[in-house]
Design a protein around this ligand. Structure first.
Ligand SMILES: [Zn+2]
Length: 84
């Protein structure tokens, strides 16, 4: 009787392992799918500070004028019109 129970448990464990193994397979095969833990925000990107409002933003999204960074074209214009 207990042997039958052991067989059932072993089959269930093998089935569960097989299921989780198959679940893992498509993620490795499909390119372009997002991999968890791959993104590291703010690590590789240069952050700059808007001279006008002081907000921090990625360098590639900023507006550079006169050696200063701005968060938007509007702030660049405001700052240029009214220098500190
Ligand atoms: Zn700004």
């Amino acid at each position: 009787m207990s042997r039958l129970l052991l067989i059932v448990v072993v089959v269930a464990v093998v089935f569960w392992l097989f299921k989780s193994y198959r679940k893992r397979l498509p993620k490795e095969g499909v390119p372009g799918e997002e991999m968890p833990g791959e993104e590291m925000p703010g690590q590789a990107e240069d952050m700059v500070r808007c001279v006008h409002c002081g907000v921090h933003l990625p360098k590639r999204e900023s507006v550079l004028a006169g050696g200063k960074y701005y968060c938007s074209e509007a702030h660049r214009r405001i700052h240029v019109d009214k220098p500190e």
